[in-house]
Design a protein around this ligand. Structure first.
Ligand SMILES: [Zn+2]
Length: 300
């Protein structure tokens, strides 16, 4: 599943292409993936795009908003009129690097293939000839149509905790949460979407490695300084991910012709049995049902 950095990168890529565009027509091939009336979207202009945790909110004129979650295998692929018209004539390599396409979500060849395909469930046609496709292999993702004023009251958004970059995401904030479930492992705490929204498995492991904290420790055993280090480290590994265009390990990102390279800079994630820079050997275990990578030597 794409995590905060990858969704933010898709957001930034789409922002450049579709804000200001007017929707001409919407085609829904699988009803459950677009919930609400597609007719409401016709002739509406894209005003802005927001991200909250791993979700996108696209605000349209007429006080309409779309809530989009890619979940495990969702993909959003935008192609300009030029790309739509000439895609078949472009070689596979140039397709990947085409600035006429923005693609994010689950990595697959569909992103550079011909669209629509059998996994395309919704298609947005813009008046200028550009097209936005929503593909989803396993169909856990969704697009929901709301009145903009309803967005503020949605449980799925209100249940989320602070964004890791929120200035209120402090050691004191984490300590308050930990006091309610003192024995929960620190990795589970930071991955809990009601605590830090948008942090998933990759950035939890990388953040804890950067902070030199074992993912297996109970929250109650962590000092304020250690919690502070964790918050700083989550931000710094995410900063790094923005720099490298996100991770294509679980998420192929191709906004503005750039493929995510963060996976080449993972220090710990999926590096089982490799040597840590401290000389220790990286281990894999399971925390809260998720594969967890850590160095038993330098992560205390
Ligand atoms: Zn180490």
């Amino acid at each position: 599943m794409p995590e905060l950095p990858e969704v933010e990168i898709i957001k930034r890529g789409l922002e450049k292409k579709i804000v200001g565009q007017t929707i001409d027509k919407v085609e829904v091939c699988l009803n459950k993936l677009l919930q609400g009336s597609k007719e409401l979207l016709v002739d509406k202009k894209i005003i802005s795009i927001n991200r909250r945790a791993k979700m996108l909110i696209i605000n349209l004129s007429g006080d309409i908003s779309l809530l989009i979650h890619l979940k495990l295998t969702g993909q959003l692929i935008y192609r300009s009129q030029l790309a739509v018209r000439s895609w078949q004539k472009i070689s596979a390599d140039s397709r990947q690097l085409s600035a006429n396409q923005v693609a994010g979500g689950h990595p697959s060849k569909d992103m550079v293939g011909d669209l629509p395909n059998k996994f395309t469930h919704a298609i947005f046609y813009f008046q200028d000839g550009g097209v936005l496709y929503f593909n989803d292999l396993r169909q856990f993702g969704y697009i929901k149509v709301y009145k903009t004023e309803e967005i503020a009251n949605l449980k799925v958004l209100n249940d989320l905790g602070l964004e890791p970059y929120d200035e209120n995401a402090t050691p004191e904030y984490l300590m308050k949460i930990i006091s309610r479930r003192p024995n929960t492992k620190i990795k589970q705490i930071i991955m809990d979407q009601s605590v830090l929204a948008g942090v998933g498995n990759i950035y939890a492991d990388e953040g804890l490695y950067c902070a030199k904290i074992s993912p297996l420790r109970a929250g109650k055993d962590l000092s304020k300084t250690e919690l502070e280090r964790i918050i700083k480290c989550i931000r710094s590994v995410m900063d790094q991910s923005f720099k490298y265009g996100g991770s294509s390990e679980n998420t192929f990102v191709n906004a503005e012709g750039k493929k995510g390279e963060m996976q080449n800079h993972f220090q710990i994630y999926r590096r089982m049995s490799e040597k840590c820079s401290c000389g220790g050997v990286i281990k894999r275990t399971v925390v809260g049902g998720r594969g967890t990578y850590y160095c038993p030597v330098c992560q205390k």
